[in-house]
Design a protein around this ligand. Structure first.
Ligand code: DLZ
Length: 152
């Protein structure tokens, strides 16, 4: 489900592109929504795709690096980090974001950034493309990766 102001997703031909969706496992309900949204766009556009699960968002970057080393044209990175009472949130969020940026630039290939950094679970439910959600960040991340792969 797209909210007001959200870009339209899909509606183009991405057949011939090999895409790896890399998804962390923390916060299962929100993650399931993000994965479903990304996979819907990849199916609709005809992209070849496979799903790789990693334990947490910290591991997204190294898995993205391996995907590009294996020939992926694009990666969609999905994770959910919810702020807690310690600085851990900041460390994992920064490490995952910086790592994915570096991997994308080193490979010269796009990473769709579907890492949600949240104050609470409700913010994730609002963005996960689930029934009642206002936005679908998994779909948006897949769409961004595909559209970028087509123009670089
Ligand atoms: C340890 C941890 C914590 C506290 N919170 C999250 C989170 O909200 N979201 C997430 O994706 N991962 C979390 N992790 C796990 C780390 O990303 C990582 O998997 C572990 O520190 C092991 O390297």
């Amino acid at each position: 489900m797209s909210g007001a102001g959200a870009p339209a997703t899909g509606g183009f031909d991405a057949s011939g592109l090999n895409v790896v969706v890399i998804a962390a496992t923390w916060h299962e309900v929100i993650m399931d929504g993000l994965i479903a949204g990304a996979e819907r766009v990849l199916e609709e556009t005809g992209a070849n795709h496979r799903l790789v699960r990693v334990p947490g968002s910290f591991e997204l970057a190294v898995a993205a690096q391996a995907a590009f080393a294996g020939g992926a044209d694009a990666v969609v990175a999905l994770g959910v980090i919810i702020r807690g009472g310690t600085p851990h949130f900041e460390y994992v969020s920064a490490a995952a974001t910086d790592g994915l940026t570096r991997v994308s630039l080193d490979a010269g290939r796009p990473v769709g950034f579907g890492l949600l950094t949240l104050d609470d679970e409700q913010q994730g439910l609002d963005r996960a493309g689930l029934p009642g959600s206002k936005e679908d960040k998994g779909a948006e991340a897949a769409d961004a990766a595909l559209r970028t792969a087509q123009v670089i």
